[in-house]
Every structure is written in structure tokens, then in C-alpha cells.
Design a protein around this ligand. Structure first.
Ligand code: SF4
Length: 718
């Protein structure tokens, strides 16, 4: 097409929670061009390698699922059927199970990559109309420990800071995260800020010397699982030196005394010994934090994916509360969201223990509010199965049917052998996806082809509470449909005609916005028109100051801007008495223990150019050039003891399974620790480098987030 006819669209990158803005040009003939959106306030035109190559995944339709498919027996091949046939059968089977075994026999396992509207309708269907709370998401594997951490300290699942705080901070405490690889555009802002202001201090806490750690002023290479011992020790140093904000503690918090008692239980020498670092380094970290006008802590899976993930979050947020370094420019705890729309999913309550607008499923008043709003049946007071529980329930027969949307649990879940058994045992598996590369298809009874990024409209919320509108710019291939449409059609087949009779996506969105009215995350003033005009806004964004909890002056200001940049600027929190809660956190590690058979700790994580289970990034040649196969990082001492040399194929053995992989002998990992990327599943049927053969399904009792970062293993030459 001629240049003037070329259509440009603005959208958001569909990978990580940074949520960078992209601008796509349709060049015709299926060709797309992509660049960073310079006007997007989160990313200002920047994109990382994954985002820069996103249009290739959209142009390459070779792996796309094109038609609904079905089979009556898993030994038979899947056969193409019509949408009506696939959904009629699914509805019939769901109805039978619900009648025979109760509504909790069915469930949805969805994804932090789903759009807010998709999450909303699935949540409404299962909780408000089917009568079960069995919806959980891969966000459970990602942010749920941070969610509980925020709720218990600040009274609400609310990230207090915004990206613009980065340039206002002078000390970054990065822990359990490798943003240089996994949240690159946020990290580029930190790097640029540090370059312009060499006094800015970067502290990185990680048992591995990652790319991020190599840029740190202070790398605290702690022993795995000792994060709380470290943060408590820093708290102790703060108190001993009177580097705390006494007036903030008195006026704006509670719980300090118990905290003080807790952090004084270990001497600094004891803590240093447990963490495997020097006393001086702990003291220096405390000093950097104390001297900073702006102190931002950044964390992600290293804290969250843990059997003590909530406690790790609490003890980190404690450092902000005892120093009063929160709610002020350039200060605050900043969880880096793993997935593009994990936050949007939480906003609509798309998890087993939540209701829309961060309402609490276990609160009877909240249940009644939502029930009245939806006009459906009585919402069950029983929390649904969380991600790991869902697969356990399938394995032991409590659940009969599972509907998997936009996620690939056979690669991403811990202890995938159990997940495989669960899906084998499941009486009915629906897979709704875009790609035939999903490992889960092997167990599917019904396959529903979904529209991909750019082929559907909707919204997402990124790490700084910023909601962005994504327009539809391409038609989906074959008969693939947008996820919201698929769910609405299914709901109608189930007989819930009126409640799911939406004529447009904006109707779904308006309903979601209305449901937030009067809550802490009020966006009742928002709709697609405003989002299309402003491109993005940060919540809250209430319709009027009567309905909102926001102060009138703040409200006026916010209407002129793009939402609320920073929370808690008045020092008042969302708790019942508006005081933040400081927690006394014990530092014991409850992960599985090492022994003489399994003496090493294995941790997993992402690599720079791959995303999750690689169904998208794995298609892009340029991205495979960085690292194209799995590997195991192991310390030279540990390798020597086992006669392992660099590049040799080794076997990694754990209590639940094993895998073979190439060894990478390196001092980047601490002795006693090894590391494997989490991305690799069954490549061509082989288990080579499938890290989740080894991980365990232990989880944090409060967040139910699995313990991916601590698996006892042995490694031997293969
Ligand atoms: Fe996409 Fe995240 Fe990279 Fe931004 S930083 S381009 S959102 S993957």
C-alpha cells in the first residue's frame, strides 16, 4: 500500500509488566513495522529485544490454531469442528459435571497475559453464575506473595510508586530480581539516572552475579533463602544508629516494638554468618539506604516464588516503614510485575480468593455486593483452588474438568510430572490458545483457537498501575475468536444469556469500571473513550469525588493529569486505622531441605531474550541467537567435586524427577547453588533441560505461591 494509506496503531508490549508502549504500522500484505511509542509515559519510546521483535510473532502465523478441534478419546487425533459443536459439547459436559459432582468439579486456569476484559468475564461466569470460585491464574506463580505483602502492610494490593520516581531516587535496593534481563526498560531508566548522577547507589541482593548484580555498587551475594535474615539485620543496623523516622513510626504505623524485638534476636555477626556475607556489607547497605533522599526497593520472583514469600515481602516493606521512606517522591516499595496484565487480573478479582475491585471473597458483605451487582447466583463462600491446588485436585479426582486459557502449565508449573498426571487424569480438558506449540494440547479434549495480540481490543495494567488501551488492528486468522467472545458464547450456551449478552468490549469494560466505584481502586470515571484519548491513565480514576476515597484537592489535580501517580502522599494508608503495619517477621527458611543425597540448591529464572514457555519468543530467530538452549550454572568447586567440566552434559536429579542439561561452570553462582532457566519444556518429546521436572509444589501458606527458587538437587556427569 502507498505510504499515506499505511495505518499506524498504538498498543502495549504483551510480554512483561513494564508495559512499554509500541507503535505498529500495517505495511500491507501481512507485513508489520514496529517501533517504541515515544509518547508512552512508561517507556518513552524505548523497547527491549523482546518487545522490538514482537511484530515477528504477530506476522508468523505458521503455528497458529485456526479452527476449533475436538476428540472423544485422547488416543485419537483432534478433528476440526464448528464453534457451535465445540461449545455445545463443552457446555453439555460442564453441565453434567456440575449437576453430578457440584460446581467445584470444574475450573478455569488462566493467565497474566489475558486482557482485563477477558479476566472479567471468566471470573463473572465461574463465580457469579456457575457457583464455584475455581479460577486461578499463572499470576499465582508470579505476584501473589507481593499482593499479600502489600495488603498486610499497606491495607491494599497497591504499588505506591510510579516509574517517574526512578529519576527522583538515589538508592535502589534490588532484591530477588534481574531487571537488566527481565524488566529491561525500567532498568534502562535506572542506568541512565545513575550515569547522570554517579552518587546514586545500587544495591543488589542475589545469590547469583546476574547482569544487574554486575552493575551494582554493592552486591550482597547471600545464601539462597536467607533474604529475611538480611533485611532484618539491615533493620537492626537502622535502629542501632537511630536511622529510623521516629515521628513517622509513631504517627503513621503500628507494630514497631514487636519488630524491634524480632530484629534484635540475632546479632549482626550471626546474621552475616547465615547470609554468607560480611558484617561490613550489611552495614554499608543500611548506610546507603539511610543517606538516600529517595529509596526504592525493587523485587520480583526471587522474593515472591518462595514458601516464605509473604514474609520476605513484609520484611522488605518494613524497611520503608521504619524509615518513613514511602509516599514521598522517589521513595517506596516497588514490586516489578512479571506479566503484562497480572495487575488487571487482580483488579477484576480473577483469582480463587478474590472478588472484583480487590474485594475479599471471604468477606460476606463483599460477596453480597458483587452478587447484587452481577445479578447471578449466590457466590460461594469457599475459596477456589489456587494454581497448584487445582492440579492436585485434578490428579485426585476432586476436579473433573479444567479450561486452560493462554498459558502452558506443562512447562511453567512446578513439579510438572504431577501436572502431567493431573491432566491425564482429568475427565475433560479445554485448551484455549493461539499456538499449536503449547505442550498442554497433548491432553486437550477440546481446542479453541484464540485471537492474539493486535487481533482483539482490550486493556492491560502495568507495574505502575497504568491502564493502557490496546486496539484491534488485524483480523484473527482462520476462525480464531477473541477470548472474551469465546467465553460470552460459552456462557450463553450454559444458559446465562442475559448476563453475557454484551454487544461490545466497551460494555464489558464499563461494567468492570462501575464495579470499582467507592473502592480503593476506583476507576468509575474511566471508559474506552478516555483511554483512547489519553492513551493510558493510572488508577485510581474515580468518576466524582463523592464516590471516591480520594481527597478533593488531589482529585481535581488528578482529573487534569493521567490518574494518580503516587499513593499515600498524606501518610495515610488503606488499613482500618489508616496506619501502615510493621511486621515482626521470623527468619526461618521452610523450603525443602538439602541432605547428602541432594546437597545443592537449584534456583530457576528467565533469560534475557525468552519469554515464559517460548511459544512466542521461541519463533524469532534473532531472539534465539542470544541463548538457544537450556543450561545449568554450577560453581567451579561444586563441578570439580563431581568431575564435571564446562559444556559437559550432566544429569540434575531431585526428589521428584530429573533432567539432562549442558553444564556451564561459572563463579556467577555461589558455591552450593545452581541455576537453570525456566523456559524449556518437552522439546521434540525430550525432557532436556526441563527445569520444572525438579521443582516442588510446596507453597507459601498465605499467598499459595510455589517455591520455585529452592529445590534440593544433585548433579552428576551423564
Ligand atoms: Fe516488552 Fe517488557 Fe521489554 Fe518493555 S521491557 S519491551 S514491556 S518485554
Amino acid at each position: 500500500s502507498s505510504k499515506s494509506n499505511r495505518k499506524k496503531y498504538k498498543s502495549t508490549c504483551s510480554y512483561c509488566g513494564v508495559g512499554c508502549g509500541v507503535e505498529i504500522t500495517d505495511l500491507g500484505n501481512g507485513k508489520l513495522q514496529l517501533e517504541g511509542d515515544k509518547e508512552h509515559p512508561s517507556s518513552k519510546g524505548m523497547l527491549c529485544s523482546k518487545g522490538m521483535n514482537l511484530h515477528y510473532t504477530a506476522m508468523d502465523k505458521s503455528d497458529r490454531l485456526l479452527f476449533p478441534e475436538m476428540r472423544f478419546n485422547r488416543n485419537m487425533p483432534l478433528q476440526r469442528v464448528s464453534w457451535d459443536t465445540a461449545l455445545d459439547r463443552t457446555a453439555a459436559i460442564f453441565k453434567t459435571f456440575i449437576q453430578k459432582y457440584g460446581p467445584d468439579s470444574v475450573g478455569f486456569y488462566v493467565s497474566g497475559q489475558c486482557l482485563t476484559e477477558e479476566y472479567y468475564v471468566i471470573n463473572k461466569l465461574i463465580k457469579g453464575f456457575i457457583g464455584s470460585n475455581n479460577i486461578d491464574t499463572n499470576s499465582r506463580l508470579c505476584m501473589s506473595s507481593a499482593v499479600v505483602g502489600y495488603k498486610l502492610t499497606l491495607g491494599e494490593d497497591s504499588v505506591p510508586v510510579c516509574y517517574d520516581d526512578i529519576e527522583l531516587a538515589d538508592c535502589f535496593f534490588v532484591t530477588g530480581a534481574n531487571p537488566a534481563w527481565c524488566h529491561p526498560i525500567i532498568w534502562r531508566r535506572v542506568e541512565a539516572h545513575k550515569q547522570a548522577n554517579p552518587n546514586v547507589k545500587i544495591i543488589v541482593v542475589d545469590p547469583r552475579r546476574t547482569q544487574t548484580a554486575s552493575q551494582a555498587d554493592l552486591h550482597l551475594q547471600i545464601n539462597p533463602g536467607t533474604d529475611i535474615t538480611l533485611t532484618n539485620a539491615i533493620g537492626r543496623v537502622m535502629i542501632e544508629n537511630q536511622w529510623i523516622d521516629q515521628s513517622f513510626i509513631t504517627n503513621n504505623t503500628e507494630g514497631f516494638e514487636a519488630y524491634q524485638t524480632q530484629v534484635f534476636q540475632k546479632t549482626l555477626a550471626e546474621s552475616a554468618e547465615i547470609c554468607g556475607i560480611s558484617i561490613e556489607k550489611i552495614e554499608l547497605a543500611a548506610k546507603y539506604i539511610h543517606e538516600a533522599k529517595g529509596f526504592i526497593s525493587m523485587w520480583t520472583m526471587g522474593l515472591n516464588q518462595s514458601v516464605i514469600g509473604v514474609n520476605k515481602n513484609l520484611s522488605l516493606i518494613d524497611l520503608h516503614l521504619i524509615t518513613g521512606k514511602i509516599g514521598r517522591e522517589g521513595n517506596g516499595p516497588f514490586s516489578l510485575t512479571g506479566q503484562p496484565n497480572a495487575m488487571g487480573g487482580r483488579e477484576v478479582g480473577g483469582l480463587a480468593n478474590m472478588l472484583p475491585a480487590h474485594r475479599d471473597l471471604l468477606n460476606p458483605a463483599h460477596r453480597e455486593e458483587v452478587q447484587a451487582f452481577w445479578g447471578g447466583i449466590k457466590i460461594s463462600d469457599k475459596a477456589g483452588f489456587s494454581a497448584t491446588e487445582m492440579f492436585e485436585a485434578l490428579a485426585d479426582g476432586r476436579m473433573k474438568a479444567i479450561w486452560v486459557v493462554c498459558t502452558n502449565p506443562l512447562v511453567s508449573m512446578p513439579d510438572v510430572t504431577l501436572v502431567e498426571k493431573a491432566l491425564e487424569k482429568a475427565k475433560f480438558v479445554v485448551v484455549q490458545d493461539i499456538s499449536n506449540r503449547s505442550d498442554t494440547l497433548k491432553f486437550a479434549d477440546v481446542v479453541l483457537p484464540a485471537a492474539a495480540w493486535l487481533e482483539k481490543e482490550g486493556t492491560m495494567t502495568n507495574s505502575e498501575r497504568r491502564i493502557t488501551y490496546l486496539p484491534k488492528m488485524l483480523d484473527a486468522p482462520g476462525e480464531a475468536k477473541a477470548d472474551t467472545e469465546i467465553i460470552n458464547l460459552f456462557a450463553q450456551k450454559m444458559g446465562f444469556t442475559e448476563a453475557f449478552n454484551y454487544t461490545s468490549l466497551s460494555e464489558v469494560y464499563d461494567e468492570h469500571c462501575r464495579s470499582t466505584k467507592g473502592t480503593n481502586i476506583d476507576i468509575s470515571g474511566l471508559n474506552y473513550e478516555i483511554l483512547k484519548e489519553k492513551r493510558s491513565v493510572q488508577w485510581p480514576y474515580p468518576a466524582d469525588n463523592q464516590s471516591s476515597k480520594i481527597e478533593p484537592e488531589v482529585f481535581e489535580k488528578l482529573k487534569n493529569e493521567q490518574g494518580t501517580k503516587r499513593l499515600f502522599t498524606d501518610g495515610r494508608f488503606y488499613t482500618y486505622n489508616q496506619k501502615a503495619k510493621i511486621h515482626a517477621v521470623p527468619d526461618e527458611n521452610r523450603s525443602e531441605s538439602t541432605d547428602e543425597n541432594f546437597p545443592l540448591v537449584m534456583t530457576t529464572g528467565r533469560i534475557r531474550d525468552q519469554w515464559h514457555t517460548m511459544t512466542k519468543t521461541g519463533k524469532v530467530n534473532k531472539l534465539n541467537q542470544h541463548i538457544d538452549q537450556p543450561y545449568l550454572e554450577i560453581h567451579p568447586e561444586d563441578a570439580l567435586q563431581r568431575n564435571i567440566v564446562d559444556n559437559q552434559i550432566v544429569e540434575v536429579i531431585g526428589r521428584r524427577g530429573k533432567t539432562q542439561v549442558k553444564a556451564k561452570v561459572t563463579t556467577d553462582v555461589k558455591q552450593g547453588l545452581c541455576f537453570m532457566p525456566m523456559h524449556f519444556g518437552k522439546i521434540l518429546g525430550s525432557d532436556f533441560g526441563r527445569a520444572n521436572n525438579l521443582t516442588n509444589s510446596l507453597y507459601d501458606p498465605r499467598s499459595k505461591e510455589p517455591d520455585f527458587k529452592f529445590t534440593a538437587v544433585e548433579v552428576r556427569a551423564y
